[in-house]
Design a protein around this ligand. Structure first.
Ligand SMILES: Nc1nc2c(c(=O)[nH]1)N[C@H]1C(S)=C(S)[C@@H](COP(=O)(O)O)O[C@H]1N2
Ligand SMILES: [Mo]
Length: 221
């Protein structure tokens, strides 16, 4: 069986639609639906036992309860999202706590340059610390003015809208601050370490393609 990266590398890219100007990244198709993509089963939680861990290059490792996070100042973000399987969705609305808001409670060591985002079930993804500093990077718990559904990552997911959506991990459980970059779940499986949709950083090797219909057979709502 071909890996996901190998399978999509072997197919052709769709003709790029210019009608959205610079807003739709190259090789993406717009969808009104909200596809549901993940590996493994949707986790079930006892929220009293749920925790969020911060560790690695910090002066002091910390554990937060869900209520600790809910008590932080909240932000609403309206943004476009772009999945490496070629769908983009415009004007999605999220509510949550900015990464920078959580950062105020932490003493991150100056050597920390990358973050490994740890998520259930056995998912992780690497993001440069710098890329988490934007005003639109959230630990999100609401989507379109409702509690974030479990299939889309509730009770808590990361939102990093300027990178391909696999970086926006669902069911997040912790941040590990790191000196050096390290690859996460999809990154070790052939996907790009950084993942900029506008320069099509889909794979770790350049000259590969992603079919336009990779996501059509998936679930969505
Ligand atoms: N925990 C976890 N988060 C994940 C994934 C996953 O498999 N597990 N898949 C990623 C991928 S590839 C995408 S495209 C988005 C999909 O989010 P959605 O199902 O809300 O559209 O979740 C990302 N976050
Ligand atoms: Mo994805």
């Amino acid at each position: 069986m071909l890996s996901k990266a190998e399978r999509i590398k072997r197919s052709k890219a769709p003709a790029s639609s210019g009608e959205w100007g610079d807003r739709l990244p190259p090789g993406q198709t717009l969808t009104e639906k909200f596809p549901i993509l993940h590996e493994g089963d949707i986790p079930r939680y006892d929220m009293d036992a749920w925790d969020f861990r911060v560790f690695g290059e910090v002066e002091e490792a910390r554990t937060f309860s869900y209520n600790d996070l809910l008590a932080l100042p909240r932000t609403r973000v309206e943004t476009d999202i772009h999945c490496v399987t070629r769908w983009s969705k415009f004007d999605t609305v999220w509510e949550g706590v900015r990464f920078t808001e959580l950062l105020k409670l932490l003493k991150v060591k100056p050597e920390a340059k990358y973050v490994m985002v740890h998520a259930d079930p056995d998912y992780d993804t690497n993001v440069p610390l710098e890329d988490l500093m934007g005003d639109d990077v959230l630990l999100a718990f609401r989507y379109n003015d409702e509690p974030l559904s479990d299939k889309h990552g509730g009770p808590l997911r990361l939102l990093v809208p300027h990178l391909y959506f696999w970086k926006s991990a669902k069911w997040i459980r912790g941040f590990e601050f790191m000196k050096e970059d390290r690859q996460g779940y999809w990154e070790v499986r052939g996907f790009h370490s950084y993942g900029d949709p506008f320069t099509e950083q889909r794979f770790s090797e350049d000259d590969m393609y992603m079919p336009e219909d990779e996501w059509h057979h998936k679930d969505y709502d």
